[in-house]
Design a protein around this ligand. Structure first.
Ligand SMILES: [Zn+2]
Length: 213
């Protein structure tokens, strides 16, 4: 179980790079190993060469239980999301280009496509600006995740959650793709909103899917 989860974090981290969601050593990932233990990516290490032994296991308060490296500098962010949302088991933070354009404009990414309601739960909200790595950022961001799979971090980037690392990655890729579509559609003209009845029909599917069995 532990080895499988570590491999899942490593492969997801490499896909995060391949998918253009981050560059260099930016971004970070975590997954819930048990009720009290979390596996986190380490600080400032290349994803291409990262191995299972480089990952760090901590408790929910951030005490290192296993691992020789420092956990990610955004550890508080991950632990706050996992602590306050028992129904999620993985957190992915990244800096994708189009989603970050919405983040620096401090503008939510609107749900204008049905699949966005189904997989993300609706518009992606914007958490207020707080300094990177701070407890204040962790509290602010985790507070926006009640009914959404993603939240924009003002003047910073994107955070996505899921039932496992692959699920969180799939949400990050969908959010980035949708941000690009909305950005382009606005250049072409004025995007139309979906009917309210569509949101009412599809958003609950996200909440249902998010429950961890
Ligand atoms: Zn960041």
């Amino acid at each position: 179980m532990e080895q499988k989860l570590k491999n899942s974090i490593l492969s997801t981290a490499r896909e995060m790079i391949a998918g253009g969601l981050v560059e260099g050593t930016a971004g970070n990932l975590s997954a819930r190993l048990s009720a009290e233990r979390v596996i986190l990516t380490p600080a400032s290490l290349s994803y291409e060469t990262m191995e299972a032994s480089d990952l760090v296991i901590t408790d929910l308060k951030g005490k290192v239980i296993e691992g020789k490296r420092q956990p990610t500098t955004e550890m508080a962010l991950h632990l706050a999301c996992l602590t306050h949302h028992a129904d999620i088991a993985a957190v992915l933070h990244c800096h994708p280009v189009y989603a970050s354009m919405f983040a620096i404009n401090r503008e939510p990414i609107p749900s204008l496509i049905e699949e966005f309601d189904i997989h993300v739960g609706g518009d992606v909200p914007v958490a207020d600006y707080r300094e990177t790595g701070s407890e204040a950022l962790a509290t602010e961001v985790s507070g926006h995740l009640g009914e959404r799979g993603a939240v924009l971090m003002a003047n910073h980037g994107l955070l996505c959650v899921g039932k496992d690392p692959e699920h969180a990655l799939s949400i990050a890729l969908l959010v980035e793709r949708t941000a690009k579509i909305v950005w382009g559609a606005r250049l072409m003209g004025k995007p139309f909103a979906l009917p309210k009845s569509t949101h009412q029909k599809y958003s609950p599917l996200y909440k249902k899917a998010r429950r961890i069995n």
